[in-house]
Design a protein around this ligand. Structure first.
Ligand code: NAD
Length: 428
């Protein structure tokens, strides 16, 4: 989704160009990797419950599949744009590469607002998306997953349509499926938990105890909820979270300086991650404006809602106490604000490393689905922890060795891995 003049694709390309220059990438590889390899743009006519027909716009971008099938979520959002999906597909390539899983990058979306669609309309929309792409996606081509405002229910409708078209059972076509229907235990928690594994490692590297730290989080959807839960279980104090209020059409920050009760907040949050502000007072929360989460005097900020949330307008509001920003969302800091943060010396765990737990667990789900053999939750989470910890350490090491900002260090690793795959295949 774009905001004002912000263009996430330009942001993703400028991040890429910067590191392509640092590593001296050749011209052909630069041209190949700074845009998606394939793009699908299509319409989806849907018979609505009131008898009318509405036509939605759907997309799938496959940025690169040199290291393995494209992989990435499908977003349902009224402000979704082509350039947002392009950017997200690029970030998926870097994300899979930085955690070293054998997958490429893709992303999809439909411009729609599922909050205003009935279950039946959503099902027809999901099936329509698959009908338009059935020959261009699949377990060995491109593997979709849930993202903003999509979930396991949508994935299963999509899987069912894919299997109807291809005549067989192909559970490895899509991930984020419900457990018991080809889903992996641990997938729901994976992105938020993965983020906290990297935060834990960062704090260790600063010789800080998590129990002595506090955090403020933007968003309270899938990523933010599980990040908050594990961070609190490890002893950290979550001082504030924010969420979108669909009635008031604005966001609020919910703060409790002594620490929010995360399980209690779960119980007053709807499936789209909106906290019921009429019940939040009973939990001792102060209800503050949208941007208040960024001004908190905490050690850790976790933007885990949407892209382009930390900008020139609000970057100056970040407290001097903040040591670490862990990007739960994709692209939450825009390029201008990132320059200021980079110069300030604040430690950033960049999005495509910090939130790679979701795709890592999706990869585990795909492996289990293709083998039709499923692992225990502890096994999944242990493997996730090992993968995230090792990726974090490799990025930190590269940053230290070459004196780089963490975002650049993560890009150096990813771009080198993808460029090498492209060269080994003889594409450039
Ligand atoms: P979600 O839809 O479950 O939650 C989004 C949350 O953001 C909700 O709590 C919503 O109320 C809140 N929000 C929306 N607008 C806001 C605003 N202006 N201010 C404050 N809060 C606002 O989505 P999610 O799955 O948690 O994803 C969040 C981000 O993380 C997205 O950028 C997504 O691409 C990224 N991400 C998600 C996953 C995953 O596995 N779910 C993986 C990697 C990256």
């Amino acid at each position: 989704m774009t905001h004002g003049s912000y263009n996430p694709y330009e942001n993703a390309q400028s991040q890429f160009d910067r590191v392509a220059e640092i590593i001296g990438l050749d011209e052909a590889t630069r041209v190949l990797l700074r845009q998606p390899m394939k793009e699908y743009h299509f319409t989806i006519p849907v018979h609505m419950d009131d008898g009318s027909t509405k036509v939605f716009n759907g997309y799938r971008m496959q940025h690169n599949d040199a290291r393995g099938p494209a992989k990435g979520g499908i977003r349902f959002h009224p402000q979704e744009t082509v350039d947002t999906i392009r950017a997200l597909s690029m970030w998926m390539t870097w994300k899979c590469a930085v955690v070293d899983i054998p997958l490429g990058g893709g992303k999809g979306g439909i411009i729609c607002d599922p909050r205003n669609l009935t279950e039946n309309e959503q099902e027809r929309l999901c099936r329509g998306w698959v009908r338009q792409l059935a020959k261009n996606v699949g377990p060995f081509i491109d593997v979709p997953a849930p993202d903003v405002m999509t979930n396991g229910k949508h994935m299963l409708w999509m899987l069912d349509e894919f299997e109807l078209i291809h005549g067989g059972r192909f559970p490895g076509f899509i991930t984020g499926k419900p457990v018991g229907m080809g889903g992996s235990l641990g997938r729901t928690e994976a992105t938020g938990y993965g983020l906290i594994y990297t935060v834990r490692e960062a704090l260790k590297s600063f010789a800080m105890r998590i129990e002595n730290t506090s955090a403020s989080i933007q968003g309270f959807g899938n990523v933010a909820q599980y990040a908050a839960k594990l961070y609190q279980e490890l002893g950290g104090t979550v001082v504030a979270v924010s969420s979108w209020d669909n009635t008031d059409k604005k966001a609020y920050t919910f703060r409790k300086k002594s620490g929010l009760d995360i399980p209690a907040l779960f119980s007053i949050t709807d499936p789209f991650g909106s906290i019921d502000k009429n019940k939040a007072g009973d939990l001792g929360c102060e209800i503050l404006p949208e941007d208040a989460w960024i001004e908190e005097e905490v050690d850790i900020l976790i933007p885990a809602a949407l892209e382009n949330q930390i900008t020139l307008e609000n970057v100056g509001k970040i407290s001097k106490q903040v040591l670490l920003i862990a990007e739960g969302a994709n692209g939450p800091i825009n390029t201008d604000a990132d320059e200021i943060i980079r110069k300030s010396g604040m430690f950033v765990i960049p999005d495509f490393l910090a939130n790679a737990g979701g795709v890592t667990c999706s990869y585990f789900e795909q492996v289990q689905s293709n083998a039709n053999y499923y692992w225990e939750k502890d096994e999944v989470l242990q493997k996730l922890d090992a993968q995230m910890t090792s990726a974090f350490k490799a990025v930190k090491e590269t940053a230290k060795k070459h004196d780089l900002y963490m975002r650049d260090a993560a890009y150096v690793i990813s771009i080198n891995r993808v460029a090498q795959a492209v060269k080994m295949r003889g594409w450039v």
